[in-house]
Design a binder for this molecule. Structure first.
Ligand SMILES: *Cc1c(COP(=O)(O)O)cnc(C)c1O
Length: 404
């Protein structure tokens, strides 16, 4: 008979041997003093500085957002009480969808329990329903898009990362009248590079393809109102579907799409990941609504965020640390080895109370393992001083070279 546990533990051992076994840092975040957190480890607690959170603006502890959530709990209780169709549509859901449509200057928006579910549901529904659809997907697209694209029978092809020529070469093979869908991200969160959105839109127009952009790492952070890179570059109206999250720049949880009224109604009516799952709690929708409104109105937060990222990159360069080129708020340090990356991260935490998660395969390609820093408006100059001192110590400890 099959020894199932033997199989499971062998699979786990494979990961451990390659340095790819994931150990979660056990954290208690501190409202009011983000990015500080309590780390539970070795049977005791430590105050650590978090350098790798996707709560890019600290909205997860913003007092306006917290107040909105408290009030909604007092008013509506804790759960939504059902799927959207069966008693689970709360007025906060409606208000949030209106706010998101207006943020992206689209006719409508539709919310999901996460950004992952938004991508998975929307792409799989399009692939399943559009007759004889062909899906073109960027080589570095996020798992949630890949799962959505694979979870249906549509023909699919991968184009080289951020390569409009390759996309055009592939698209031009198909009949003009055949439905086509092009899916990509605006800002890739591991390298921090940005897609040639306008060129992609031109190609989509030329070949009659729907354009689908994941702005998960850009919403709240780019554009005058935080609608993303497409807003910054004045391209929102050229994209058919904009997908985003409420969990990163907006600091809460949940995901969404924005597009035409008919399109959103179509996904609302046919998307199984939307239909068959209980809707997000009203308090979550209320918090997300407050956060989107706040972030829209606070371009100063975005400016400060960019300044902090640029400052940290410069300070890494000045210190001779191997900072990878990035045109965004993501600040990656190249390590290039999974075990070493994990060791660096462990020593930063255990000896310096600095928490930055090692980023290894499969999140990034082998040989490009890295420490990925996400400075927020709440990381001070002093925090950066302490970080640089710690990094120099661990770099020396592991006998790593500084770059000139
Ligand atoms: C995090 C992420 C998602 C999923 O969003 P969640 O709201 O965290 O589920 C989707 N796309 C990209 C590119 C992401 O990095």
């Amino acid at each position: 008979m099959v020894d199932y546990n033997k199989f499971f533990s062998a699979k786990i051992n494979d990961l451990k041997e390659g340095g790819n076994y994931r150990v979660f840092a056990d954290l208690e975040r501190h409202a009011g003093s983000y990015p500080h957190a309590t780390n539970y480890r070795d049977g005791t607690t430590h105050n650590v500085m978090v350098w790798c959170s996707n709560d890019y603006l600290g909205m997860g502890q913003n007092s306006v957002v917290m107040d909105a959530m408290h009030q909604a709990i007092d008013k509506c209780g804790v759960g939504a009480g059902g799927t959207r169709n069966i008693s689970g549509t709360n007025h906060y859901h409606i208000l949030l969808e209106e706010e998101l449509a207006s943020l992206h200057k689209k006719e409508a928006a539709l919310i999901f329990t996460s950004g992952w579910v938004a991508n998975m549901t929307t792409l799989s529904t399009l692939g399943r329903m559009l007759p004889d659809c062909v899906i073109l997907s960027d080589a570095l697209n996020h798992n949630s898009m890949i799962e959505g694209i694979k979870n249906n029978k549509a023909e699919r092809h991968i184009f080289r990362h951020n390569d409009p020529e390759h996309l055009e070469e592939l698209l031009s093979q198909y009949d003009k009248d055949r439905p086509k869908l092009v899916a990509f991200e605006s800002l890739y969160s591991m390298d921090g590079d940005i897609a040639p959105i306008e060129e992609f839109c031109d190609i989509c127009d030329k070949y009659g393809a729907l354009s689908y952009i994941d702005e998960v790492h850009a919403v709240g952070l780019y554009g005058e109102h935080g609608a993303g890179v497409a807003e910054r570059d004045n391209l929102m109206d050229r994209l058919d579907i904009i997908q985003g999250t409420l969990a990163k720049g907006f600091g809460v949880v949940g995901g969404y799409i924005a597009g035409s009224k008919d399109f959103c109604d179509f996904v609302r009516s046919y998307g199984t990941g939307f239909i068959f799952s209980t809707s997000m709690p009203p308090s979550v929708a209320a918090a997300a609504l407050a956060s989107v409104k706040y972030v829209r109105a606070h371009d100063d937060l975005r400016q400060k965020h960019q300044e902090r990222a640029a400052t940290l990159k410069q300070r890494f360069r000045d210190a001779g640390l191997p900072v990878m080129e990035s045109e965004s708020h993501i600040v990656p340090l190249l390590v290039g080895d999974a075990v070493l990356c994990k060791n660096l991260s462990d020593r930063l935490l255990n000896s310096h109370n600095i928490y930055v998660q090692p980023i290894n395969y499969p999140t990034v390609a082998r040989g490009t393992e890295r420490l990925r820093f996400t400075p927020t408006p709440l990381h001070s100059d002093d925090d950066m001083d302490a970080l640089i001192i710690a990094l120099k110590e661990v770099w020396e400890f592991f006998d790593l070279k500084m770059v000139a």
